[in-house]
Design a protein around this ligand. Structure first.
Ligand SMILES: Nc1ncnc2c1ncn2[C@@H]1O[C@H](COP(=O)(O)OP(=O)(O)OP(=O)(O)O)[C@@H](O)[C@H]1O
Ligand SMILES: [Mg+2]
Length: 465
């Protein structure tokens, strides 16, 4: 069902047009003035706006201009006075798709509207086809299970996932928060011969020790107060499947010993039970901390560490693989039902630049959250505003990356880092030279010189740019 907005100050005519379009099977919204129409347009997507030309306040021409500038997908039909050729010509020049003359003949509106709807259907069809072609293109090269990426770093992770799926060995997935550790663990499971069996995830950091134990091992009735019924633990549930131990660093030393025993003996006993059950499971663990530090601190047993860290998979943070941004944005928008409904397919170049300059401490999950908020605010088409948190005070101290680039000299790398650093500060201070220079602890002149050398223009950091 297509939505139509009827803008007409004359009450009777507005009602008549509304009824007519309703009978024709459109969803109809009425507005008594150009100003009211603009309000409705900001809240809903319309296929067609039918507007009178002469209205008190904002007239049909001004409204047409507003629609052309803000809602390129919406067609406008202007209703002009009979015999006023000049008006009709002007309407078309302003980008109205068509016009009808007063008094309005049902046949004329029907003809004009159907033509526009037909054109719209064709366009939609083409777009869908294009989408299908695109999806397939993306699928082959840059998608594995639900993971997308085209950076060499992610493609390497893809290779590793495929290789690991062939084996049955333990895996330790490492990476900052939100980089996709669970996604990778699921991909390994889904591509392995264990697919079709359970993938049982447990967040070890979410339970105090005793609870974690009963979650993992299960219990028999009466094992402790509150154990009214017996219950299988996650380990038992993962039999023939995969057990995913998330936030593995938070497992306490005594629990590490108990888990180690299960991993070595491949059998488990419920709390309060006296019967051992054979278990055939694969273990994939994940952490976002450096486990070698836990080893050094003594919060992690060496034998347990070696047992889980049989093959490490490291997922680099998003800021080290910004090449993945376009694919990720597209992927997220395509899988977001609200974005699909509003036909939001991309972000503007300006927004994309901001995203490139941002350091993404929350990685892909943060990207999802930021887009989610932008989708809600965006009327449709292209997202051209996002709320990126201001870089933290320490942003410029962020570890610089060498990118592992081959053939980059130290000098080139230093220059590049200097540019990134200055760009970060300029974004933070919205292009204000004084504040930027002060934080960088250089004088204004030096800052200007360096900016010129790096092709950085303060204007492009000002909020309106
Ligand atoms: N390469 C990617 N392609 C598509 N989606 C991704 C990718 N990486 C992460 N995501 C998405 O980002 C979100 C976070 O991923 P996930 O939960 O796997 O991260 P995590 O590393 O386990 O985070 P945490 O350490 O906070 O538990 C999920 O919604 C996931 O689908
Ligand atoms: Mg996780």
């Amino acid at each position: 069902m297509y939505s139509i907005l009827i803008v007409e100050d004359h009450d009777l005519l507005r009602e008549q047009l509304g009824r007519f379009y309703e009978q024709e099977g459109y969803r109809v919204t009425l507005a008594a003035s150009g100003e009211k129409a603009i309000e409705k347009l900001s809240k809903e997507v319309f296929a067609i706006v039918v507007s009178d030309v002469k209205m008190p306040g904002m007239d049909g021409f001004q409204l047409t201009r507003h629609i052309r500038e803000n809602y390129p997908e919406t067609d406008v039909i202007l209703v002009t006075a009979f015999g006023n050729v000049k008006e009709a010509v002007q309407a078309m020049k302003l980008g109205a798709s068509d016009y009808i003359t007063k008094p309005v003949e049902p046949e004329a509106i029907r003809f004009v509207s159907e033509k526009l709807i037909e054109k719209r259907r064709l366009l939609e069809e083409v777009r869908e086809l294009r989408q299908i072609v695109k999806e397939e293109y993306v699928k082959e090269e840059y998608v594995l299970e639900n993971i997308v990426g085209k950076s060499p770093k992610v493609l390497k992770v893809f290779e590793l996932i495929k290789a690991l799926a062939e084996t049955d060995s333990g895996v330790l997935v490492t990476g900052e928060t939100g980089t996709g550790k669970e996604l990778v663990a699921r991909a390994i499971h889904n591509l392995s011969r264990r697919k079709g069996r359970q993938f049982v995830a447990i967040n070890c950091g979410a339970f105090p020790d005793t609870l974690l134990e009963s979650e993992l091992f299960g219990y028999e009735k009466g094992a402790f107060t509150g154990a009214i019924n017996s219950r299988a633990g996650k380990i038992e549930l993962a039999d023939n499947g995969t057990l995913f131990l998330d936030e593995v660093e938070s497992i306490t030393l005594p629990m590490q010993i108990k888990l180690l025993r299960v991993l070595q003996e491949r059998e488990v006993e419920r709390l309060g039970g006296n019967r051992k059950v054979k278990i055939n499971m694969r273990v994939i663990a994940a952490t976002n901390v450096d486990l070698s530090l836990s080893l050094a601190r003594g919060t992690l047993r060496e034998d347990f560490y070696y047992r889980i860290n049989i093959i490490p998979v490291h997922i680099p943070p998003l800021r080290e693989r910004l090449e993945d941004l376009p694919l990720l944005v597209e992927h997220i928008l395509r899988h977001h039902s609200f974005a699909r409904e509003k036909k939001i397919q991309n972000v503007s170049p300006k927004v994309f630049d901001q995203m490139l300059a941002y350091h993404w401490p929350g990685n892909v999950r943060e990207l999802e959250n930021i887009l989610e908020r932008a989708i809600v605010k965006c009327p449709g088409g292209t997202i051209d505003e996002v709320d990126l948190p201001a870089p933290p005070r320490s942003a410029p101290d962020m570890p610089f990356r060498s990118n592992g680039e081959v053939g980059v000299s130290l000098k080139q790398w230093v220059l590049k880092s200097e540019k990134d650093y200055l760009r970060g500060l300029l974004i933070k201070h919205k292009g204000r030279i004084g504040a930027t220079a002060k934080e960088a602890k250089v004088d204004d002149k030096t800052l200007y010189r360096k900016m010129r050398r790096h092709g950085l223009d303060k204007e492009s950091f000002k909020p309106s740019a």
